[in-house]
Design a protein. Structure first.
Length: 57
């Protein structure tokens, strides 16, 4: 996994989790959904990079 992609995935996951938590706290369903989507985007990026690593070795 390239360092840039790995850090970007972690950033997306953290940002999404934070946004989801804030959305839940203030009762904003849209913010909660956007947070979940951002977290899922980070999870997908991380999985893609892990698969690349598997096939490189």
């Amino acid at each position: 996994m390239t360092k840039h992609q790995k850090s970007q995935a972690k950033t997306e996951q953290a940002k999404g989790k934070a946004e989801e938590t804030v959305g839940r706290t203030v009762g904003n369903e849209r913010m909660t959904a956007e947070g979940r989507a951002e977290k899922a985007k980070g999870d997908t990026r991380q999985a893609k990079e892990k698969m690349k690593d598997i096939f490189r070795h």
